[in-house]
Design a protein around this ligand. Structure first.
Ligand SMILES: [Zn+2]
Ligand SMILES: [Zn+2]
Length: 621
């Protein structure tokens, strides 16, 4: 029997931020769960009188862990460094490299322990408080690479403290934290859509085998029917992956890895490749003679031998243009169009623009991310900055070029529509689709799931084009064609995935406004810029995007340099599918040379307790 009662927030006493109340669930005389907002904070006192806290992973979701008065904070050994030294181990690396990479779990904002707390790294098999509560440690990677769980038998009931592995009855707080490398099918971190979902499933099976009576997760309600809730989540994760595989672009790039990935996720080790459901491949065509290719670069060659270049990767693209000039195929380059900001499409753009003294074009929605490397936290950023201009439609020699917003592979993505009289138009869509489907493998690319957003927007745009153009993805040599049948297939798959995700994310229920997008948008709340130099203006922007179909309001919790904790309703009635921006004053501190100072805050939805996000920016030099 657990005792539940409300604690009138003695905020200062327990060091929590302005919460109206907290609930305490006393498991026994020495082990307690504090429920604050949506968090379950597990703390106890061992037989030696030491007050301890159990942390399952380093995500900021555990940020309320830092209660003053806690002497020991237990966390998995591989993650202890992030909590013990949040200014060093995580952030310095993150500022220099991590924020441009995609495999280091950088969408996670680490918790900071309060001064004086001893961080104790624990490993599978450890028994904490052996003379009293006998709390067993088990490795349960998934939500992070080194996350752990704890279990203890209390009054004859087995309780598992499982961190963020599950939320409520078969849910999860988001999907984007599962992005990672999949070593066995040899899929890298950038392409590893919900890769750690496999670990989540394994870890849930492990917990299930313990035959728990209750699960106490890091967030959300206590789970009273563990077996049933775990089975639901496993089934849903498998369904999402099966849906993803069905329409994945990766069948084109990694045909050998996909069957293995699908098999691993299915839980059926005998699943044969030809039994995996997938969209029939689109029809392939040939490039017209005036359209040349080298790596991600495409060159439109006019009859007068002027050239218009699309994207550029390494030295090879420059040499390719040099060679075209040398052999008389082209005389000069008159413009460059960037489809999107990923480095494999931009690396030599400044060099080419300089050499040929030609303008650089992109869709207007992409200009900010190209013009400042410090604005956003997005993977595969080019660390260069670009000066760009936009156009809607222009006549260029015998061609008509139209620049479009095309939020495919990433939200900040454009496409170039090329018309030449008497020929089938070509639509250069960057990395958005391959003949096998959708390039949505990176959950940090902000693929919004709404009817008029992301891939659904792109597919409807292609559907409306008359005549239907040939599609060009520069990683795919032959142009290809999406007929109505393919478009219908992908639209149906994306809508079906949205339905499954709505059952997983606790904030995506109809009564909350169907906000599935919150779970697949790793920066629905964000600071802009993401990196601030010590000399620049300390008033930056905090931006919240509302993925629900009803207005929502948001609190922001943060600590100022004087140590004061604040909680204010900074965002009122953010419109459905819209954004709101508020100024945010950063502290005046200056980081030590060679280091950065992170500034973090938590954005919490007023109407939906399960909807919360850690946000961060960094003050550097
Ligand atoms: Zn790309
Ligand atoms: Zn690319």
């Amino acid at each position: 029997m657990f005792y539940r009662f409300l604690i009138l927030c003695g905020i200062a006493a327990i060091g929590l931020i302005n919460c109206a109340w907290a609930e305490e669930i006393r498991l026994n005389d020495h082990l307690t769960v504090l429920r604050v907002h949506d968090h379950n904070i597990v703390q106890g006192q061992d037989a030696n009188g030491t007050v301890f806290h159990l942390l399952c992973d380093f995500r900021r979701d555990g940020h309320l862990a830092g209660t003053p008065g806690i002497e020991f904070c237990y966390i998995g050994k591989n993650e202890a460094q992030y909590v013990a030294d949040p200014l060093g181990a995580y952030w310095n690396y993150h500022a220099e490299k991590g924020r441009f990479e995609e495999v280091a779990g950088t969408s996670l904002v680490p918790v900071a322990a309060p001064k004086g707390t001893v961080i104790v790294g624990i490993v599978d098999g450890d028994v904490l408080d052996p003379n009293r509560n006998k709390i067993h440690v088990i490795d349960t990677p998934g939500i992070t690479r080194g996350s752990v769980s704890y279990y203890a038998d209390i009054d004859g009931k087995r309780i598992v403290f499982c961190g963020n592995l599950i939320y409520g009855d078969g849910g999860l707080v988001n999907l984007y934290d599962l992005q990672d490398v999949m070593p066995v099918p040899k899929i890298g971190g950038y392409h590893g859509y919900m890769a750690r979902g496999l670990k989540v499933i394994e870890s849930l099976e492990k917990i299930k085998a313990l035959k728990p009576d209750k699960l106490i997760p890091a967030r959300g309600p206590i789970i009273e029917n563990p077996q049933e809730s775990i089975d639901k989540l496993i089934g849903r994760l498998r369904a999402v992956y099966e849906n993803y595989v069905d329409v994945s672009a990766l069948w084109w790039y990694f045909p050998d890895s996909m069957p293995l990935a699908a098999r691993l996720f299915s839980g059926n080790e005998n699943l044969e490749a030809d039994a995996i459901r997938r969209m029939p491949q689109a029809k392939l065509h040939e490039n017209p003679p005036w359209f040349l290719e080298h790596a991600t670069t495409r060159v439109i060659v006019s009859e007068n031998k002027a050239a218009f270049v699309i994207d550029s990767v390494g030295d090879g693209s420059v040499k390719f243009l040099d060679k075209l000039i040398e052999d008389g195929t082209i005389r000069k380059v008159e413009g460059i169009f960037i489809t999107h900001y990923h480095w494999d499409h931009t690396a030599k753009v400044p060099a080419i623009a300089e050499k040929f003294q030609c303008p650089v074009y992109c869709d207007e929605n992409m200009a900010p991310i190209l013009e400042s490397r410090d604005y956003y936290h997005m993977p595969c950023r080019d660390a260069q900055e670009f000066k760009t201009q936009d156009f809607k439609t222009m006549k260029w020699n015998e061609f008509t070029l139209t620049s479009c917003f095309f939020p495919g592979q990433t939200l900040y993505h454009g496409a170039l529509f090329i018309e030449k009289e008497g020929e089938r138009p070509i639509f250069v869509i960057g990395d958005s689709f391959t003949p096998t489907g959708i390039d949505d493998y990176c959950l940090w690319n902000r693929n919004f799931p709404g009817d008029n957003e992301g891939y659904l927007y792109c597919l409807e745009k292609i559907r409306k084009m008359e005549p239907r153009p040939l599609l060009v993805n520069q990683h795919v040599i032959p142009p290809f064609e999406f007929d109505d049948e393919r478009i219908d297939y992908m639209v149906a798959a994306l809508k079906a995935r949205r339905e499954i995700l709505a059952t997983i994310f606790p904030y995506a229920a109809p009564e909350f406004g169907n906000g599935v997008g919150f779970g697949v948008d790793s920066i629905w709340a964000r600071f802009e810029p993401y990196y601030v130099s010590a000399e620049s203006d300390r008033t930056i922007r905090l931006i919240v995007r509302n993925h629900a179909d009803k207005p929502l309001s948001f609190y922001v919790d943060w600590t100022t340099e004087d140590g004061q904790q604040h909680s204010e309703l900074l965002f009122s009635d953010v419109p459905p599918y819209g954004e709101q921006t508020q100024p945010f004053k950063l502290p005046q501190w200056k980081p030590e040379p060679g280091t950065v100072s992170p500034v973090t805050a938590t954005v919490r939805c007023r109407e939906i307790p399960s909807l919360e996000k850690g946000v961060e920016t960094m003050i550097g030099h």
